[in-house]
Design a protein around this ligand. Structure first.
Ligand SMILES: Cc1cc2nc3c(=O)[nH]c(=O)nc-3n(C[C@H](O)[C@H](O)[C@H](O)COP(=O)(O)OP(=O)(O)OC[C@H]3O[C@@H](n4cnc5c(N)ncnc54)[C@H](O)[C@@H]3O)c2cc1C
Ligand code: SF4
Length: 508
């Protein structure tokens, strides 16, 4: 008779297609799902994220049991501290003789499992590579090998060819690989933004919401506004809604900053892809079909597919290629503590306050808010890279270290020795003004650089250039800006830098 395996399923592995579950046999193997304090509390996670994962895990348990699996479920009120302890408890209750788990999305946990679990649990532990991603570790290493620069665009082209997405007779559809230039429109209330459909909250989810509110009273997140799908079929319905009502405008307004809507025309699907409720290849294929059937432009479809097939896989590849050393990087020696307004959104900078407020309340901000509003501010103000990374990891519902860290440390903070970004994503208030309508509601003026009503992003931007002239002077993409700054009157430069310093001191 085959011996029984204990299959551990983590909260971001809720898919029957993940490799550990593909090995599971109903009636023989034991499935373990565990809500544990260690994973829920090692950063101050948004309550939306905890509620999403616990509710999705509890629904997944029902699905597995319906399929005939024997599931051992540990709820948070059972007080189990760690995943290892949850596994140990089940091992002593059952006849399982080995543990199988799909690789977690965090180096710390994979390292613990691979290096210590087998000897401490007394049974073999197999950690399987997560094949729900579209590029394996080997694929990415092979692509990266020998390259001086690891630019996403070239990786993305390979992935398009490999998965035959938006390809016609071996060539990119429409003759170009990238339609990014069509996707940068600012927001001037050009369109009505469709209201997002509600997601029904059933008894399982209601109980989770009540428990999370009670157990995590000091975490961010307003659960009276919980609107996340917690099963695969609901997540698919949300994605269908996006394809039908928002995809056509997704590309054009991808970079827009909109006072009235946190979601604009974005997908709101990262949280579902990342926890296993949606499949990344299936969403790309569905979007290609929408384009081929005439439901959206090629630039919208390409813009979307580039994010999922390109950026998402590339970011993950960088994480596993360069960890654990990657996490120790801090290229610009940024060490200032986070201002308090990161936890209450209480700042007069309208763009920043809106982005932080919705991040805290909903656990969501779209890419340009994360990169060019919050990230840009943190970069310009020289905020401590690890504090900023922990903030992003805690605040967003879709945040796991494999995706949060390279995006924050590398893309937003330019802290990884220019692996991800060839130049810093640094911008003054003029960029934010161009991309949206926040400035109209702001007490600051994007046209001014110093003085009480000057937009803080402006002087911070020049202070940033000034401080890093040595780093950027030789960067061909920053050289012109650095040269222009050098040409300005030294007294004028000093006034701008002092004004920025003064503001930074006030936030400390
Ligand atoms: C500083 C910073 C931190 C970020 N942290 C996270 C994070 O913790 N988790 C996360 O999933 N994404 C993160 N991103 C990437 C991106 O902002 C989110 O994936 C996106 O905002 C999610 O919203 P959406 O589903 O509406 O995306 P859409 O705008 O609709 O895009 C479609 C999909 O593309 C994928 N995608 C797009 N850009 C990226 C990217 N740079 N990296 C990975 N996937 C991408 C996502 O799966 C997303 O759902 C971060 C970006 C920045 C700049
Ligand atoms: S004026 Fe400056 S701080 Fe105010 S919304 Fe515009 S960019 Fe943001």
């Amino acid at each position: 008779m085959n011996e029984s395996k204990l299959i551990l399923v983590l909260g971001d592995q809720l898919s029957l297609n993940q490799p550990a579950l593909k090995q599971a046999e109903p009636g023989r193997d034991i499935i373990v799902l565990a809500e544990v304090a260690e994973e829920a509390t090692y950063v101050r996670h948004n309550r939306h994220k905890i509620a999403l994962l616990f509710a999705a895990m509890r629904h997944f348990r029902v699905e597995l049991e319906t399929l005939g699996y024997d599931v051992y479920y540990t709820a948070i009120d059972q007080g189990v501290a760690s995943l290892e302890e949850a596994v140990r408890k089940v091992l002593v209750q059952t006849a399982a003789t080995e543990v199988v788990v799909c690789e977690p999305g965090e180096y710390r946990l994979v390292h613990q499992m691979r290096s210590a679990w087998s000897s401490s649990l007394g049974v073999p532990v197999t950690v399987l590579e997560d094949d729900r991603f579209l590029a394996s570790h080997d694929d990415f290493e092979l692509w990266a090998r020998g390259k001086k620069q690891l630019r996403m665009e070239f990786f993305y082209r390979k992935m398009r060819e490999r998965y035959q997405l938006l390809m016609d007779d071996g060539q990119p559809a429409g003759g170009k690989w990238n339609y990014d230039a069509d996707n940068r429109s600012g927001w001037r209330n050009q369109r009505e933004i469709p209201a997002r459909p509600d997601v029904p909250v059933d008894d399982i989810t209601s109980a989770v919401i009540a428990e999370v509110n009670q157990r995590f009273p000091n975490n961010p997140g307003d659960l009276s506004q919980f609107r996340l799908a917690v099963t695969r079929s609901e997540a698919e319905r949300q994605f269908d809604w996006f394809v039908t009502y928002a995809l056509a405008d997704f590309g054009t307004y991808q970079d827009a900053l909109v006072e009235e809507s946190p979601w604009v025309f974005h997908g709101l699907i990262s949280m579902y892809i990342n926890c296993g409720l949606l499949d990344p290849l299936a969403v790309c294929q569905r979007v290609e079909i929408a384009w081929r059937e005439g439901d959206c432009s090629l630039s919208a479809a390409e813009g979307f597919i580039r994010q999922v097939l390109g950026w998402r896989e590339y970011i993950r590849g960088i994480y596993w290629l360069l960890m654990p050393e990657y996490k120790t990087r801090n290229t610009l020696s940024a060490t200032r503590p986070l201002p308090d307004f990161f936890w209450d959104a209480n700042t007069d900078m309208r763009c920043l306050s809106r982005a932080i407020e919705q991040s805290l309340d909903h656990g969501y901000a779209h890419h340009i808010q994360r990169l060019m509003v919050i990230g840009n501010f943190a970069l310009l103000a020289g905020l401590d890279v690890m504090e900023v990374c922990d903030w992003y990891l805690g605040v967003y519902v879709d945040a796991y270290e494999w995706v949060e860290l390279p995006n924050t440390l590398g893309m937003a903070l330019y802290g990884d020795n220019a692996v991800i970004a060839s130049k810093p994503y640094a911008a003054s208030g003029k960029y934010i003004q161009k991309q949206g309508n926040h400035c109209q509601q702001c007490r600051y003026k994007p046209s001014k650089t110093t003085g009480p009503d000057a937009c803080p992003y402006n002087s911070l931007y020049w202070r940033f250039i000034d401080r890093h002239l040595d780093n950027f002077g030789s960067n061909p993409r920053m050289g012109l800006i650095a040269a222009n700054w050098r040409k300005r009157d030294p007294e004028e430069r000093a006034v701008i830098v002092q004004w920025a310093d003064k503001m930074i001191e006030e936030w400390a």
